[in-house]
Design a protein around this ligand. Structure first.
Ligand SMILES: [Zn+2]
Length: 304
């Protein structure tokens, strides 16, 4: 449970979109569906928590004292509905359960707020089922769709949502948020490109994922050298698979950073890596050895 405005003070770059949302509300221009878009790790979750609290709270600002705020704090407000991916997809079952829940009335007699996290992971069937809810707005129901890759959403979904954009914070804001731990990162533009904004970078530092990723990087180098995928790379869980491949992508850019000719020769192999990243972000249960080996082979064939 995120308390604000305290949280906004920690992530001051969210103040701009927050004020934009408040202004829309003051002007009576809030749509029933909001697409909250921005890179991973930039605090979309913090902002959506603030918006959700403002929509449910009796005084409209997250007073902290009304019964809605109390229920939110306790972590079980009955008119807050959270949906997110199961594995790497938001499946139709989750949307069907949502629709049947919305057919009832609000437990607390106020608004109902649905938060759909990582909306880009809605699979085709789920997205089509959600479309009907977006087309026929219900009184007092608000949908907040959090999304870091809006281009992956159906245009029929995005066209029915208002947008609110969270931008990547500045270098100063990022360093202030991460604090002293940012010193541990070293080449932080690399980490920002790979992981996303300050929240993602801080989480990676706190959970020691930096060391894990550094190890992946070494294994990719070894694989590129030998032509055979290091088995440890393919042993990761399917939720980390796309990130593992992203590490390869940035490794290739690193190798080609001062070799435009090399980059040109490997353009199509690098494109294949990008396509597989996007594909793996939405798939589970894939034979990663085969996928990774195919890419390593494609990259090495180009080198000959
Ligand atoms: Zn309140």
């Amino acid at each position: 449970m995120i308390k604000l405005p305290h949280r906004l003070e920690q992530a001051p770059w969210l103040t701009t979109p927050w004020h934009e949302w408040l202004q829309r509300r003051q002007l009576g221009r809030l749509g029933h569906a909001l697409l909250l878009q921005g890179p991973d790790g930039c605090g979309k979750e913090i902002l959506s928590e603030q918006i959700l609290t403002a929509l449910l709270c009796d005084s409209g600002d997250g007073c902290g004292f009304c019964r809605h705020c109390q229920l939110l704090k306790a972590g079980h407000h009955p008119d807050r509905i959270d949906i997110g991916p199961d594995g790497n997809q938001i499946k139709i079952e989750a949307i069907r359960a949502l629709i049947s829940r919305l057919e009832g009335t609000a437990h607390q007699g106020g608004a109902r707020v649905v938060v759909i996290d990582q909306a880009e992971k809605l699979n085709g069937a789920a997205a089509n089922a959600l479309l009907k809810t977006l087309e026929e707005p219900m009184d007092g129901v608000y949908l907040l769709l959090l999304c870091s890759a809006p281009e992956r959403l159906l245009p029929t979904i995005t066209s029915r949502c208002q947008r609110l954009v969270v931008a990547m914070p500045t270098l100063t804001q990022t360093n202030e948020f991460i604090g002293e731990a940012s010193l541990k990162l070293g080449n932080w533009p690399y980490w920002q490109a790979l992981l996303g904004g300050p929240l993602a970078m801080k989480a990676a530092i706190d959970s020691d994922n930096i060391a894990t990723i550094t190890q992946w990087r070494k294994w990719w180098r070894a694989s590129l050298k030998s032509g055979l995928v290091e088995p440890q790379l393919a042993a990761v869980d399917s939720e980390s698979a796309a990130l593992v491949l992203k590490v390869l992508y940035y490794e290739l850019l690193f190798i080609g950073r001062s070799r435009p000719q090399w980059l040109a020769e490997h353009y199509s192999a690098i494109q294949q890596v990008i396509e597989k990243i996007s594909w793996l972000e939405r798939q589970s249960g894939i034979n990663l050895v085969a996928v990774f080996q195919q890419l390593i082979t494609a990259i090495r064939q180009k080198a000959q």
